[in-house]
Design a protein around this ligand. Structure first.
Ligand SMILES: NC(=O)c1ccc[n+]([C@@H]2O[C@H](COP(=O)([O-])OP(=O)(O)OC[C@H]3O[C@@H](n4cnc5c(N)ncnc54)[C@H](O)[C@@H]3O)[C@@H](O)[C@H]2O)c1
Length: 258
């Protein structure tokens, strides 16, 4: 059972892709810590169910992150539900898995459209309202695949490196507006996205990561909560890996050839 706190009281945040997986854990973390959240996703039934479960501090709205008009509606919805928007978690994403040699360019473009253009659209939609509110915090969910080269992730990896770069550009541009922009880089985490490709939880199930296992969404949520909170008031343009050491380097077993 998670202890309740008020660390995020005053936070009003949109979490994209919030209906399931990591986004659902972020939405739950925000509410548990005293904030209010708009869950924005394509999965209306799952999103409404979660918002209902989280209670009056949560609401759901339909949002396709690739569509700037829908972003404008999501921001208006958030203001109407909870007042001034102070946070955005750009979490919605899709995965890919082909060698570059075999990756159809249309597929690569479609992944970039959600994972990179979607993040761009989100930032563009919230800058003016956050500036008017006197500041805010944008957390962009990149990936370990945005910190190193991960095979079989042509479009996905490129999008996540792009998110990391876009985050730093936004941080530089928006610093004096008191809008902080940071990226979080989850390692392999157990969600519907990774369950689909056979990832399993449990000790020893992911031996090429120093901690030897995949993460669970709740283990990523703390970093997002921190970046949304006042504890991170001087943190912008940073990247936080939450990956069991995956991007720190090869495991001892690998180095020793065992
Ligand atoms: N699970 C991992 O191991 C892992 C690791 C690193 C980074 N990530 C990133 O974390 C984020 C969440 O991943 P997850 O594992 O929870 O995946 P998931 O597939 O379980 O959830 C993704 C959510 O995004 C939504 N979504 C997809 N396209 C959308 C669109 N166009 N508009 C709005 N919503 C859309 C989906 O409906 C879904 O609810 C993604 O950006 C992913 O790349 C995941």
């Amino acid at each position: 059972m998670t202890a309740e706190s008020h660390v995020l009281s005053g936070v009003v945040a949109i979490v994209t892709g919030g209906a399931r997986g990591l986004g659902a854990a972020f939405a739950r973390h925000i509410v548990t810590n005293g904030g209010r959240v708009v869950i924005a996703d394509l999965l209306d039934a799952e999103g409404k169910l979660l918002a209902g479960e989280l209670g009056p501090s949560a609401a759901y709205t339909h949002l396709d992150v690739t569509d700037p008009e829908q972003w404008a509606s999501a921001v208006t919805f958030t203001h109407a539900e909870f007042g001034t928007l102070t946070g955005l978690v750009n979490n919605a994403g899709v995965a890919t898995g082909q060698f570059i040699e075999h990756e159809p360019v249309d597929h690569l473009r479609s992944v970039l459209e959600v994972n990179l253009v979607g993040v761009f659209n989100g930032m563009q939609a919230v800058i003016a309202p956050m500036r008017a509110a006197g500041g805010g915090s944008i957390v962009n969910i990149s990936s370990a695949a945005g910190l190193f080269g991960l095979a079989l992730t042509a479009g996905y990896g490129a999008s996540k490196w792009g998110v990391r770069g876009l985050t730093k550009i936004a941080a530089v541009e928006l610093g004096t507006d008191r809008i902080r922009v940071n990226s979080v880089h989850p390692g392999m985490t157990y969600t519907p996205m990774t369950a689909q490709v056979g990832i399993q939880t449990g000790e020893g199930n992911y031996p090429n990561t120093p901690m030897g296992r995949v993460g669970v969404p709740e283990e990523i949520a703390g970093a997002v909560g921190y970046l949304l909170s006042d504890a991170a008031a001087y943190v912008t343009g940073a990247e936080i890996a939450v990956d069991g050491g995956w991007t720190a380097g090869p495991t001892v077993k690998y180095v020793m050839g065992q």
